[in-house]
Design a protein around this ligand. Structure first.
Ligand SMILES: CC(C)(COP(=O)(O)OP(=O)(O)OC[C@H]1O[C@@H](n2cnc3c(N)ncnc32)[C@H](O)[C@@H]1OP(=O)(O)O)[C@@H](O)C(=O)NCCC(=O)NCCS
Length: 144
């Protein structure tokens, strides 16, 4: 059974390694350690029988959640875990009073865009040249 729980310092080596394998501009372990210690941030992992499968996190700003990270290990993708992990993040966020969620995604990232749209996010425009390595526009998504 896959469970979703708060990220702890012990999870950070796995999550930052997964970030490095996945993204051209990954967050460092220190960034995650800093974020999970913040009062206004909530970071989660997906775990199955003690094995970590991915993580995500949200910064809470004035009642809105800015989702900063979403990643699932390659071998665990397309099994509904990313969707369920984000549902968990938003269920917990709702309990804390968040009324809207936003995130950015590369315009070419069809799998992530599919997941966000499935979860009710809608595109609210483009941030030209938001990403580097390679340079690419970001789609801005909101769920209200
Ligand atoms: C985006 C990501 C987190 C999704 O996690 P996941 O566990 O695979 O997600 P799910 O299994 O819940 O859903 C995947 C959906 O995308 C669909 N999908 C997969 N590849 C796709 C593609 N190339 N184009 C369109 N849809 C695609 C799947 O069919 C599935 O949809 P369905 O449930 O309607 O069948 C994962 O792919 C990932 O870690 N990617 C690399 C990191 C990343 O891009 N993070 C987001 C940065 S903004």
């Amino acid at each position: 059974m896959v469970i979703y729980r708060r990220m702890t310092p012990g999870d950070v080596p796995f999550i930052s390694r997964l970030e490095e394998e996945t993204f051209s501009m990954p967050w460092s372990a220190d960034s995650f350690l800093e974020m999970i210690g913040k009062e206004d941030a909530r970071y989660y992992v997906a775990e199955e029988e003690g094995r970590l499968l991915g993580g995500c996190g949200v910064l809470m700003i004035a009642g809105e959640g800015n989702i900063t990270n979403v990643v699932i290990a390659p071998e665990a993708r397309n099994k509904g875990i990313g969707t369920a992990m984000l549902r968990h993040l938003m269920t917990e966020g709702d309990k804390e009073g968040l009324t809207a969620y936003t995130l950015e995604v590369r315009v070419s990232n069809a799998a992530a865009i599919h997941v966000y749209e499935k979860l009710g996010f809608e595109s609210a425009g483009i941030r030209p040249g938001f990403y580097e390595k390679p340079a690419e526009d970001a789609l801005i998504f909101w769920k209200r």
